[in-house]
Write a protein that binds this ligand. Structure first.
Ligand code: ACO
Length: 232
């Protein structure tokens, strides 16, 4: 998408034409820049239109103080695409019907301009974000991924299988492997029992005896808004 100014005068751009903005950082000059607002608002609007979303999820006013990070790919006075990520507390169910309380990095919005889709720009942007965040695609959660994004993840990262969640996030089966690295909490979906720091696969292997075991009041658990949404 073309803008009536040099993007490099507004955003910090590296030698590979990527730009990275962290809303956690001091952004006073960007806050008052109407050109920056124009970039983020126009790109956010185009993304929502492209996904047929009922509302715009990326805008300048929502971005500041959100804790989110946004990565752009630039070409002179054009912004070719962006990806926005941020951490969210989620309750996610695995194939063994255990519910994980986790705080993963989530892909919240991802868009490449129509004129340059399917030319590798999305993969470049995604890789840049992964490197910057020191993360792999299987460790990410994806907020309402479009069919195009699901095809993208299958093609580039062989990510295919997932359990449908009621909160519309997608995490692939690989997300739940090596949970010991993740510091999450695991609950039994049926009883609300807390199976702390356990691999979900222990459940089917009858290995409860050796792990930390603590029962949680199911009433408290299901009163939690996030957990309730997952049960809904
Ligand atoms: N139909 C099906 N698959 C597609 C399409 C499409 N129209 N466009 C891209 N893909 C997938 C395919 O796997 C494609 O490989 P192929 O051409 O061999 O079939 C692959 O992506 C291409 O990879 P890149 O060229 O690196 O990706 P691209 O630059 O096109 O960016 C993106 C991918 C961001 C999904 C882009 O297509 C886009 O902006 N789509 C519209 C907006 C959108 O759906 N964004 C995701 C929203 S969900 C979220 O953000 C959590």
């Amino acid at each position: 998408m073309e803008f009536p100014f040099q993007i490099s005068q507004i955003l910090p751009i590296d030698e590979n034409n990527f730009s990275f903005i962290d809303s956690n950082q001091e952004l006073s000059s960007l806050r008052i820049s109407s050109d920056f607002a124009m970039i983020i608002n126009k790109m956010g609007e185009a993304s929502s239109v492209s996904q047929s979303l009922p509302s715009i999820i990326t805008s300048a006013s929502k971005f500041f103080d959100s804790g989110h990070k946004i990565f752009f790919k630039i070409d002179d006075n054009k912004v070719l695409g962006f990806i926005k990520v941020g951490y969210k507390k989620l309750f996610l169910r695995d194939r063994n019907n255990n519910v994980h309380e986790v705080n993963p990095l989530c892909v919240l919005d991802f868009y490449v301009h129509e004129s340059t889709q399917r030319k590798g720009i999305g993969k470049l942007l995604f890789d840049y974000m992964l490197k910057n965040e020191s993360i792999t695609p299987k460790r990410l959660a994806y907020d309402r991924p479009s069919n195009k994004l699901l095809c993208f993840l299958k093609k580039h990262f062989n990510l295919v299988n997932y359990v449908t969640q009621n909160n519309n996030y997608v995490v692939f089966d690989e997300f739940f492997l090596n949970q010991n690295e993740c510091n999450d909490k695991v609950y039994d979906f049926e009883t609300g029992r807390l199976l702390k720091s356990m691999s979900p696969y222990y459940k089917n292997n009858n290995a409860f005896g050796s792990g930390t075991k603590k029962k949680i009041n199911r009433k408290n658990l299901i009163n939690d808004e996030n957990f309730k949404n997952n049960l809904a």
